[in-house]
Design a binder for this molecule. Structure first.
Ligand SMILES: C[S@@+](CC[C@H](N)C(=O)[O-])C[C@H]1O[C@@H](n2cnc3c(N)ncnc32)[C@H](O)[C@@H]1O
Length: 467
């Protein structure tokens, strides 16, 4: 029997039908949201030889119920204007090209930055992000042909940003990325129980020995040692640390904020198979005993991402400054880079008060590369909580940043601050920094920090200098 085209769709047709990717449709099958059919129109539980089909009716039902849930969540936030929700974007679009070069908890989506920069600035303008994080504002500026400056306290975040923004000779960098992988693969193939780690800062680190298997550490140490033979060291360090992050002894379902290492096979909450209406069958997952698989994965993924970005970008005129935005002499730094300029605008998202550990989330990288941290200068540190004193310190710190960088701004500069201001701290921050609020918008956020799926709203303050 041949199936009816009105009732069944191939994965490609289904993706087009719902405006998502084939990957998204496959996800619905894997997680039991819809059934998988063969070419005779029969539900199939296991693998299929030949084309896979899905039912148009099931897909429509699922999409409707998902949209209903989304509408309910939005209603709970009570925000009428949905322009800035960007909820139609898939995860893939929100993390397109270099925006997924290394995981970073607490970054904003590039489409939000794009929306504001396109509307408010013109080519060659200089945009500042005094809380640069993983460099989203600078990357979007590059794509739009704008110049940009980022300041960031965490040295590893600066490394991520530099690796994203560098104007690569793609042939040269791809060759290096591939060569170092091939050498590490050879090392891995020859590994035995008696192979030494050969890097005392790694073999003696309590943290690394707790979170990584012995062979994993040896492979990471080998790759690290080889980096000094190459020119593009930042991008290699980003591949190394991304592979390290994914090779830790952690459960697949709590990779963002693991609490203790896993040493035995476990029933995985993330990986399971299911068909609609039946019980989930959880897969037994194993902690990783080596890093080489992840190194290979990110070798190819990274090359693809930087190549895509290199074709899209219209400017390579950016400046990454590592330091404390409260005290940095921005006029001097900018003057050393561009003559007779002032900054035309700010687009930034300050740290969340007492919520995200901006250094700690990359502890594996700090330990592996022996980078000194500057955690004590992080404003709104998670460790200090959200109490009265923490709030006052936060207000002082954030307004000191804006007051300091304002000295380098053009008098008509447009300032956009994206903040989760549940505690209403920003009215005072804006005033104390010598700025005035021009307008503000609210946008619903489905889930910004990894692991936190509670929707909340974010405020976007448009400000100007008071005088
Ligand atoms: C919300 S995140 C910014 C994320 C960024 N928008 C992105 O998309 O990647 C805030 C950043 O401010 C940084 N930060 C905290 N205190 C700082 C300070 N005193 N000077 C400069 N940066 C600081 C944190 O390390 C963190 O990376």
């Amino acid at each position: 029997m041949q199936i009816s085209k009105d009732q069944f769709l191939t994965l490609k047709e289904a993706a087009k039908f719902v405006g998502k990717s084939v990957h998204n449709v496959s996800y619905l099958i894997t997680y039991g949201k819809i059934n998988k059919y063969n070419s005779a129109g029969k539900v199939v539980k296991k693998g299929i030889k030949g084309l896979v089909f899905v039912s148009k009716n099931e897909l429509e039902q699922y999409t409707k119920s998902w949209q209903k849930q989304l509408a309910q969540r939005r209603k709970s936030l009570n925000i009428k204007d949905q322009t800035l929700a960007f909820s139609q974007l898939s995860e893939r679009e929100r993390t397109k090209h270099i925006h997924r070069l290394h995981p970073y908890m607490g970054k904003f989506i590039p489409q939000l930055v794009e929306y504001y920069l396109k509307k408010n600035f013109t080519k060659k303008d200089i945009i500042l992000d005094p809380f640069m994080g993983s460099g989203t504002t600078l990357a979007v500026s590059s794509e739009l042909g704008l110049r940009s400056v980022g300041i960031e306290i965490s040295p590893f975040n600066c490394m991520i940003s530099n690796a994203k923004l560098q104007d690569y000779d793609i042939v040269k960098v791809s060759k290096e990325i591939e060569e170092i992988y091939n050498q590490t693969k050879k090392f891995s193939d020859a590994w035995t129980d008696s192979t030494s780690i050969g890097d005392s800062s790694i073999s003696k680190s309590k943290y690394l020995n707790k979170w990584f298997a012995k062979r994993t550490l040896a492979e990471l140490a080998f790759y690290k040692k080889k980096i000094s033979d190459y020119q593009h060291q930042d991008i290699l360090k980003i591949i190394l640390t991304r592979a390290a992050r994914s090779s830790r002894l952690v459960h697949h379902y709590d990779i963002a904020t693991p609490t203790k290492p896993v040493t035995k096979p476990y029933k995985c909450r993330k990986h399971f198979t299911a068909t609609p209406g039946s019980k989930k069958i959880h897969r037994m997952c194993h902690p990783l005993d080596r890093a080489i698989g992840k190194i290979k994965l990110y070798t190819f993924d990274t090359t693809k991402r930087i190549e895509t970005f290199s074709k899209l970008r219209k400017s390579s005129d950016y400046l990454v400054l590592q330091g404390d935005s409260r005290f940095i002499n921005l006029t001097k730094e900018v003057g050393a880079r561009w003559k007779n300029v002032s900054i035309n605008g700010i687009f930034t998202s300050p740290p969340y008060l007492g919520q995200i550990d901006y250094h700690g989330q990359h502890q594996y990288a700090y330990e592996l590369l022996s980078i000194p941290t500057e955690v004590e200068n992080e404003i709104g540190r998670k460790k200090l909580g959200k109490g009265k004193q923490a709030k006052e310190e936060y207000q002082k710190g954030i307004s000191a940043v804006f007051a300091n960088v304002s000295k380098s701004l053009h008098k008509d500069a447009k300032i956009f601050i994206v903040a989760n201001d549940k505690a209403n701290l920003y009215e005072k921050i804006i005033k104390d920094a010598g700025m005035k609020q021009i307008s503000f918008k609210e946008r619903p956020v489905e889930a910004r920090a990894q692991g936190d799926k509670t929707p909340y709203s974010e405020k976007i303050f448009e400000c100007a200098l008071e005088n």
